[in-house]
Write a protein that binds this ligand. Sequence first.
Ligand code: ATP
Ligand code: MG
Length: 432
Amino acid sequence: MTRWLSIQEAINKERGDVAIRGWVWRERGSNALKFIVIRDSSSIIQCVIEKDKVPEDMWLAADKLRIEASVEIEGTIKEDKRAPTGFEVSVKKLQVIGESDNFPIAKDQSPEFLLDNRHLWLRSRKMTAILKIRSTYVQAREEFFRKEGFYKFDPPILQPNQSEGGSTLFEVKYYKDKTFLSQSWQLYAEAAVFALEKVYDFAPTFRAELSKTSRHLSEFWMAEMEAAWWNLKDVSEFAKKEIKYCLSAVLAKHEKDLIFLGQDAEKLKKVLAKDWPTIKYREAIKILKEKEGMDVSFGKDLRTIEEDALMNHFDTPIVVTHYPKEIMAFYKPADAQHPDEALCFDMLAPEGYGEIVGGSQRDTDIDALKESLEKMGEKPENYEWYLDLRKYGSVPHSGYGLGTERVLAWICHLDNIKDAIAFPRTALRWKP
Ligand code: ATP
Ligand code: MG
């Protein structure tokens, strides 16, 4: 039986007979010599077919090969400095598995065209590199939480309530009733911590984001955690530890992919080695005033332009805590010492990537919760099950949500969050 090698394994072998399979990435040739570059998930390699050295039917098949045809190749590999990955296979046997004609994606196509053809564009080296990094990132995060003694907890995706503001809810017809797609697992995680104490998840999350920005998707994968007995400091420091763990796994395995994506891997290593500062919202608005001449009065949320201006003064992610209580979600408690501040935090990434994590301690005061719900125009009776959690042995607890695509956009140095997910959904796009 043929022992198929991945292209990378063939390259690692350096010389001798190899059998590889993949797709035609580039092809060119003359009437005597044909060069085809084959790609698989591991790498690319140049293969050369000489008319004089192969049977005629094989030469004809090779001559007909077009971009993205799938092939099996047996031949001899050797070093060749001129070839794109430094090695070349001299082909002895070629089998066309699936023909391809007029692959629609050629050079210099617009981002919208590539998004319309996302099902094919996934094969590009760019998307392949990003998707590999994403896979490693997600796996590292699983490892991290398991090592830290957390349980994976699966929340419902169809939910009766909002947790993050009614304006971004997706309504779903539910038999004769209606429900909403999950905006966060949080309220359910708060139920789970009374059983499991430390929980995490990785789940699709839906927000009808009407402001079209390069940071917002309508469907994204939120990576959340919740822990009983933990306070604001515990969770905000833990968020740094989590991201550092995952970043270090990506750097260990994907330096080449990062460089291919235009990221400076050395810079990321420095970011990893540094301490990531924590400042209060009040300090952040002071920096904005003194160093950027921007007036943000206490009580205003930081918008994208302010977050970006603030991050001009940091080259690592930072944590900003104690945002004004009145603009925060209903479950974020006031700081007993400074009742106008909430025990909450955001983590902001450098270089204009914006907020990557949002979290807080959770309010345990049932009356304060009811009051905040009413202030937002919600009926506390719709949250009865959630308020129950405060009636039976409530304990302090905290958690956060991390936007996987936001973090990946930063790590991979992407222009747009849409490239951090295979099939992006936004206000304007839900196909293919
Ligand atoms: P933003 O102000 O940027 O809209 P948010 O305050 O609504 O963010 P949270 O509710 O705190 O965000 O959600 C937790 C994390 O989920 C955010 O820090 C971010 O990383 C991610 N996130 C939120 N909304 C989106 C979205 N529409 N697309 C992608 N990621 C998102
Ligand atoms: Mg939002």
